[in-house]
Design a binder for this molecule. Sequence first.
Ligand code: ZN
Length: 563
Amino acid sequence: MQILIKMYHMLNKGKNLALTVGLLAGLSFTACQNNGATKSEQVEKDSLEAYVDERIKIYEKVKLTTNINALSPSERKMLPLLIEAAGIMDELFWKQAYPKRDSLLSTIKSENTREFVRINYGPWDRLNGDKPFVTGIGEKPLTGTFYPLGMTKEELESSDVKDKYGLYSVIRRKEGKLVSVPYHVEFANELLKASNLLKEAASLAEDPGLKKYLNLRADALVTDKYEASDYAWLDMKNNGLDIIIGPIENYEDKLLNARAAFEAYVLVKDKEWSKRLAKYVAMLPALQKGLPVEAKYKQEVPGTDSELNAYDVVYYAGDCNSGSKTIAVNLPNDEVIQQKKGTRRSQLKNAMKAKFDKILVPISKELIAPEQQQYINFDSFFANVMFHEVAHGLGIKNTITGKGTVRASLQEQYSWLEEGKADVLGLYMVTSMLKSGDLEGDLKSFYTTYMAGILRSVRFGASSAHGKANMQCFNYFKEKGAFQRSEAGVYSVNFEKFESAMNDLSKYILTLQGNGDKSAVLKAQQERGIIGAELQADLDRLGRKGIPVDIVFEQGVDVLGVK
Ligand SMILES: [Zn+2]
């Protein structure tokens, strides 16, 4: 079971509620003015189309490319095979999310609505609480297609069905009785096809680690036994290409968070950056000693065996391509494998660059003081995101108060605080390594870009752990004078106070975690995990100026030129 473990790194998942509240209010107003029963359907259709015409603007389109010339001839031959296999995951995710895609699309005339259905893999707006946006659709059923329509948790729990909470099966009703059907049976044809494509790619692979992984993953797809391929994936060190493929995350199962949804990422490794990342992981134990907190809160020794790599992602398919797009991934999810062997954290560099160009830069132009805009750059953004990932390894995993692990003692208050910790300790790492000469760059750039990053991430809303973490940071830094807001609503960093605020917040969070005092964390969230009226007004300006919330991709063999 992986219900409590949010290992997949959703740096950019969340909802931009601020942007839509006004819109929704407008819609209900329109609907109220037209009470004629014969007209009501048309009115609903018109207002939903108007809704979609606004909402589709939150997504900016970008092309996914990489330097194909850096690939070997056999890698260039493998890419189309991997992309085709990924395409099958996309089809399978449609089957899971909304199996009647084609008949739905055939009834929709508005091109925007058709496109919005494709972006959302169905007629529900994923970044606005799954609001239905097609006439007559109704609420998204909690059961999805993972369970029979109308089945309740209680019915499943009291039944004697096999594999109740299985990752890799669906529950069906047969002659009134619940039965489970494994994915490799339910989706046999598609999975066999994908499996064969992976085997064909394996036959072309030069790197033995990649060859082994692809063959084992091919076997896993048709047996639902993924362990061996997960281990082989973690063992790979020298591969130039990679593919994350299969049923992986369980967020799409809204009833139980138990069953996994199909997805794939096709990746090209950035070898130079990956080498640099390995160096930083090795520095964790020394950085841990320097943390600005009492010794008892930093007594653990951080592990250095975690794999950290940078990639260009050339294809997103299925679950990870729905709603907002992930730019850093931490896998596998299997807890046993994690304990035995750790995880691999994958930074998707070109997707980050796209979010930087299309979202962070426009936000900065609006919200960062003109004289500090020179400090906003991609290298700082990438480093901040990357060191966030590394910084999850700093601090402590066990409370010092005998309350067990930090995760267990803080329960549902754990995730947002842990994300806040990784943000601020990532910045602490940057600061320390700049001082020691292990990192190059200008501290002012890292700090100003970090500030812009906070303003980007608070838009994810309070329903997202990252959103809350950034709200806390914003409010804490504001109290400490780490930045000023002008009357016109632009922000400028106070470089001296930024560093001391960073140290204070680090100490504050590490102490909360070490104490494992859940009520204190809840209080912190209620006090600082919120958006004040002033900040909200500034964020509303971003919405009005049409600054996107997320990206969608043009991708595939044509875009890459590897056909
Ligand atoms: Zn994180």
